[in-house]
Write a protein that binds this ligand. Sequence first.
Ligand SMILES: *C/C=C(C)/C=C/C=C(C)/C=C/C1=C(C)CCCC1(C)C
Length: 253
Amino acid sequence: MQELSFGQYSLVYNAFSFTFATMAAATLFLWFGRSQVGHAYKTALTISGLVCAIAAYHYFRIFESWQSAYDIKNGVVVASGYAFNDAYRYVDWLLTVPLLLIELILVMRLSAEETVSKATKLGAAAALMIVLGYPGEIATDIPTRILWGTLSAIPFVYIMWQLFAGLGASINSQPESVRELVKKARLLTFASWGFYPIVYMIPYTSLSGSNVIVGVQVGYTIADVIAKAGVGILIYMIATRKSQVEYGDPAHA
Ligand SMILES: *C/C=C(C)/C=C/C=C(C)/C=C/C1=C(C)CCCC1(C)C
């Protein structure tokens, strides 16, 4: 483990703690929000809340792992000998990334066949992207990191292309009043997902040692808040607005 300054240690510690609270709060908001939408949109909100719940659990574990990886002695941060466990993050992604794509598809309320076929294709590609990225994330040399990162980028590009080309046609069939919001949810997904491979490439830059550890951990954490809680709130807004159009008062739908 690299030497961290006390400030660096605290920054990551606080980022994990804040994100645990954000994910837990977003879970409650999204699950309680189910009563505000018509029945066709309840599953989209259940899944959006589930994504945040899974992330809250993993941030709690990541936070604990960070704490046990270092000891503070007289204000100096020293490695405790326990390795910080990066696997929590990847297990979290393996579960939440396919679910995030499914919540986006569900809120569009496509035909049953289209929903199943898009959810299967995109969900499988997302899982493949995460599985291929993991050996690179834990690699200690740059060539191995580049190899697995490049392989992982293949399903990533496919997903991004599907979000734009594949869902583009479906977006035009959405009610006028939500079309812009659905585009925003797609754009926020696109932008936040694009941030992950950039963070992954931090070790390729001139940054080194503890700066890499801090950059990667804080970078992924910011991206997770936007991609899960941020996109979840947009899904909630789309679902309530579509419910008003399609059901009138959703409380009596
Ligand atoms: C809530 C978590 C989300 C939305 C995670 C998304 C993760 C990615 C889009 C990761 C992509 C990667 C690549 C495209 C290449 C390098 C390895 C990864 C796994 C960081």
